[in-house]
Design a protein around this ligand. Structure first.
Ligand code: GLU
Length: 464
């Protein structure tokens, strides 16, 4: 049997990192088992499912790099209404579903009653039963279609993350599968889709645990083989509450992109939210696929840790080839007013500075002083600069001028004799030199920085 998993986001205007983690685990499970990972857009909420919010999902999936199979045949629920109608008709025909003509007022009264008694809400008054007489059909009322949930027993499954779960059927309503206007309802669409798509493993957030028994009962009624279920625990914010946009948490995948997080770092980080492979924190997606198993997913929620995300991101920046990083930085540098990065070549600059940044924005900032002297921070000036430093830098510029072969080594060779001559420690040379050339005291090894910036430009900056 080919493993088939799916990611089934509802377009809401952004791609939530919880959803991306679900997609990642579904993707990894399919890849590990040489199966298929499919995408389904649950766009039946027409008010929210604009073309734009659908595109946000597709763009997000593309950015993060979770490639789904059958990309030309992404399933959109809104294109499947005929199929849903067909299955509803079959269920009515086979006696697994029935029409219900209850009014709003009747349902409201039932709800109050059920709350008092702690039973299922709907009293099943229109459910056909042998020997039971149904109320007369009211005139002019379009009925809803309800599913005939088994009356006794329990609906149970072995959840691949949460273990055995069993829900008594008497706690389940005869749920509505088609509204009075004929449109199918959420749980019903999911069932028909999972069935038609041949999904073997439903991997999703545990906010859907309550839907699973309803879906299992419908699947049984249409004679479908049951998929395996794996419900993933929630992601909590750093304060330990469910992560949400409303609480002001960063949740949209594009916001993490704007923070300068690399997609592969995001995936690496999300993989560790609720799953572990020993103490491994930093790994590639190839390793993740090799190691991943649903049995290692924790059933309890995991907490966001932005510090760790940045650390992992820094590690991924280190292993990203410089030409690729240069490409990724173009826009960020342009925003900072830097478009010509040919001298010194950006790739050489990155080789020197990339270990110093945990996100692409900081990395972009680190590149700027190679091309243009920055305005120094007041605190740095106070700490490292005075009239003496100014005169000393001019004297050092003269030494630099004499360097025949401009490279880090020959620049370095000037340091000790100069310090001896001036009777100062290296710090009294290095820091003012950084300020004079770069405009910042925080740079990598100053000889290497100067070597890259180039002789003429270094002298020009010091002397101006
Ligand atoms: N559309 C649902 C959601 O975004 C997922 C449903 C499912 O995976 O079954 O939460």
């Amino acid at each position: 049997m080919t493993v088939k998993t799916r990611f089934a986001p509802s377009p809401t205007g952004y791609l939530h990192i919880g959803g991306v983690r679900t997609a990642l685990f579904s993707w990894a499970y399919a890849r590990k088992h040489k199966g298929e990972f499919l995408l389904r857009i649950e766009d039946t909420d027409l008010a929210r499912s604009t073309a734009e919010s659908v595109n946000i999902i597709l763009d997000g999936m593309n950015w993060i790099g979770l490639h789904y199979d059958n990309a030309d045949n992404v399933v959109y629920q809104t294109r499947r209404f005929d199929r849903y109608k067909e299955v509803i008709a079959q269920l009515l025909e086979s006696g697994h579903a029935y029409h219900c003509y209850c009014s709003k007022e009747e349902l409201e009264a039932m709800r109050e009653q059920a709350e008092k008694e702690g039973t299922a809400t709907y009293d099943r008054r229109w459910r056909p039963e042998a020997g039971k007489s149904l109320p007369p059909i009211p005139e002019g009322v379009e009925p809803v279609v309800r599913f005939k949930t088994p009356l006794d027993g329990a609906t149970a499954w072995h959840d691949l993350v949460k273990g055995d779960i069993s829900i008594p059927n008497e706690a389940l309503d005869d749920l509505i599968i088609a509204r009075a206007d004929g449109t199918p309802t959420y749980n019903f669409c999911v069932v028909v889709d999972d069935y038609d798509m041949g999904v073997t493993h439903v991997i999703r957030g545990d906010d859907h645990v309550n839907n699973t028994p309803k879906q299992i009962n419908i699947l049984k009624a249409i004679g479908a083989a049951l998929p395996e279920y794996a419900h993933l625990p929630m992601i909590l914010n750093e304060q330990g509450r469910k992560i949400s946009k409303r609480s002001g948490d960063t949740v949209a995948i594009t916001d993490f992109g704007a923070m300068g997080i690399l997609p592969e770092a995001m995936l690496n980080y999300l993989a560790r939210l609720g799953w572990a492979h020993g103490d491994d924190e930093f790994f590639t997606m190839e390793q993740f696929v090799e190691w991943f198993d649903l049995k290692d997913v924790s059933p309890s929620p995991s907490r966001m840790d932005l510090k760790k995300l940045y650390w992992i991101n820094g590690e991924h920046i280190k292993i990203t080839p410089n030409d690729q990083l240069a490409q990724l930085l173009q826009k960020r540098l342009a925003v900072r007013g830097l478009t010509d990065t040919s001298q010194p070549p950006l790739e050489d600059v990155l080789a020197l500075v990339k270990d110093r940044a945990q996100d692409l924005n900081t990395l972009a900032d680190e590149c700027l002083y190679f091309y243009q002297k920055q305005t120094p921070a007041e605190t740095d000036v106070q700490k490292h600069w005075d009239d003496e430093a100014a005169a000393r830098m001019l004297r050092f510029a003269d030494k630099l001028e004499g360097v025949a072969e401009w490279n880090a080594e020959s620049i370095h060779d000037l340091f000790k004799p100069f310090c001896d001559e001036e009777n100062i420690k290296m710090g009294k040379l290095g820091m003012p030199l950084r300020l004079a050339v770069c405009g910042t005291a925080k740079t990598p090894s100053v000889d290497e920085v100067l070597a890259l910036i180039g002789k003429e430009e270094v002298l020009r900056r010091i002397r101006s």
